[in-house]
Ligand binder design. Structure first.
Ligand code: ADP
Ligand code: MG
Length: 345
C-alpha cells in the first residue's frame, strides 16, 4: 500500500477528492460540496443554506493575543459570512467545542459572551452543538443555517462575460493586523515587561480579531433591487476567491489594481512591514468581505454605494484571470503557490 502525503493534494485537492466520492442522490440537495454553503430545497419559496467552519487553536488563532470573547464572535461571523456569500440571511447556529482542563469556567463564559454578542449582532439563535474533551488545544466548530428566496440565490458559478466585479469594504487589513499581533508577541516574548504598542493600529488589529460578516450588503443589494450573478466571501484573499469564482463560472476576469479597495491604515502598515499592500489584498485573507459580480444594467443602482468598489469585469476567456497594475502592466492572478492545510480555512 503506498502512502500519499496530504501535501501532494493540498486543501482544495483533498476537498475535490472527497467531493468525487459523494454524488448527491436526493432531489432536495440542490448544491452539495463546492460553494460557500450547501443549498437545500424545502419546497417553499426559500432555499435552506448550511455552512460549517472549524477554528483550531494554534492553526487559526493564538490565545496569547486572541481574547476568547473575540474568538467566539469571530467563529460565528465567519460562518454567517458564508451564508451572506449565497445572498442569504442567517437564522440559526450550532456551536461545538473541544476543551482541555486548561480552560476555566470563566474562560468558557468569555467565549460564549462573544458568541452571544454575535448572535445578537446577526440576529441568529444558538440552537445546539456538542461538547467534548480535547487533549490540549481549543477547537471551535460552528454550523450556520440560513435562508434565501429562490430567485435571489447567488452561486459562485453564475458570472457572465462583461459582468462587473465588485468588492465590499477594503482588503488586506486583517492580514496586516495579524502581522502586527505576531510582531508584538515576539517582542513580548523577548521582553515581557514591554507594553503592547497597538493603540494606533486599532483598525487593523480589529479587522483580524473581530471581523464582521457583510449581512448588511445582502440587505443593501435587496433594497437596491440587485441580485448578484455570482458571489463568494473573501476568506483567503482576493486572488484565491476570484480564481474560484472564475473557475466555477467557466470565465476569466480583468481586475484593476487602482480599483482594489485598500485602507490608508493598510498602506501605512504594509510600508512598515515592507510588504506590498496589493499582495496583502490579493493573498492576505481573513477579510470576510464579499466578492460578487453584477450585470452591467444593475451598475446604476449601486454605483453610489460607499460600501462597494467596482474592481474589474468578467471575460469569456477562462484561461485569463489578470490583474492590470497602476502602471498598465498585466499579470496573471495567482493564489498562494501552496494551498496551506494549516491556514485560514
Ligand atoms: P469556505 O472557505 O467558503 O468555508 P471551504 O474552502 O472551506 O469554503 O470549502 C469549500 C467547499 O468544500 C464547501 O462546500 C465545504 O462545505 C466543502 N468541504 C470542505 N471540507 C470538507 C470535508 N471535509 N468534507 C466535505 N465537504 C467539505
Ligand atoms: Mg466562503
Amino acid at each position: 500500500m503506498t502512502r500519499t502525503e496530504l501535501s501532494t493534494l493540498g486543501e482544495f485537492g483533498l476537498i475535490e477528492r472527497i467531493n468525487q466520492q459523494f454524488v448527491p442522490i436526493l432531489p432536495q440537495t440542490i448544491k452539495g460540496i463546492g460553494d460557500d454553503a450547501a443549498v437545500i430545497d424545502t419546497h417553499t419559496d426559500e432555499y435552506l443554506l448550511v455552512s460549517t467552519d472549524m477554528l483550531v487553536e494554534g492553526i487559526h488563532f493564538d490565545l496569547s493575543y486572541s481574547p476568547l470573547k473575540h474568538l467566539g464572535y469571530k467563529a460565528v461571523a465567519v460562518n454567517v459570512s458564508d451564508i451572506a456569500a449565497m445572498n442569504g440571511i442567517p437564522r440559526q447556529i450550532t456551536v461545538s467545542i473541544g476543551l482541555s482542563n486548561r480552560f476555566s469556567v470563566e474562560a468558557i463564559d468569555e467565549l460564549y459572551a462573544g458568541i452571544r454578542a454575535a448572535c445578537e449582532a446577526y440576529k441568529v439563535d444558538l440552537v445546539g452543538g456538542d461538547t467534548t474533551a480535547s487533549r490540549s488545544g481549543l477547537i471551535l466548530s460552528v454550523t450556520a443555517l440560513g435562508v434565501v428566496k429562490k430567485e435571489k440565490i447567488a452561486y459562485r458559478s453564475g458570472a457572465k462575460p462583461n459582468d462587473i466585479v465588485c468588492v465590499t469594504g477594503d482588503l488586506g487589513a486583517a492580514y496586516l493586523g495579524l502581522q502586527l499581533l505576531e510582531r508584538e508577541k515576539q517582542e513580548f516574548l523577548e521582553n515581557p515587561d514591554m507594553q503592547p504598542q497597538l493603540e494606533e493600529k486599532t483598525y487593523l488589529v480589529g479587522r483580524q480579531l473581530k471581523p464582521e460578516a457583510r449581512t448588511d450588503i445582502v440587505y443593501e443589494l435587496q433594497d437596491a433591487g440587485v441580485v448578484p450573478t455570482s458571489m463568494i466571501d473573501i476568506s483567503d484573499g482576493l486572488a484565491s476567491e476570484i480564481l474560484h469564482l472564475c473557475k466555477q463560472s467557466g470565465m476569466g476576469a480583468q481586475i484593476f489594481e487602482e480599483n482594489v479597495p485598500i485602507s490608508d491604515e493598510t498602506f501605512l502598515a504594509a510600508e512598515e512591514f515592507k510588504l506590498s499592500p496589493l499582495t496583502a489584498a490579493l493573498n492576505g485573507g481573513e477579510d470576510y468581505e464579499l466578492l460578487f459580480t453584477i450585470h452591467q444594467s444593475d451598475y446604476e443602482k449601486i454605483k453610489n454605494s460607499p460600501h462597494i468598489s467596482f474592481v474589474g469585469f468578467i471575460t469569456d476567456d477562462p484561461q485569463s484571470v489578470e490583474i492590470i497594475t497602476k502602471g498598465g502592466g498585466r499579470f496573471p492572478v495567482q493564489a498562494q503557490g501552496w494551498q496551506h492545510l494549516n491556514k485560514n480555512s
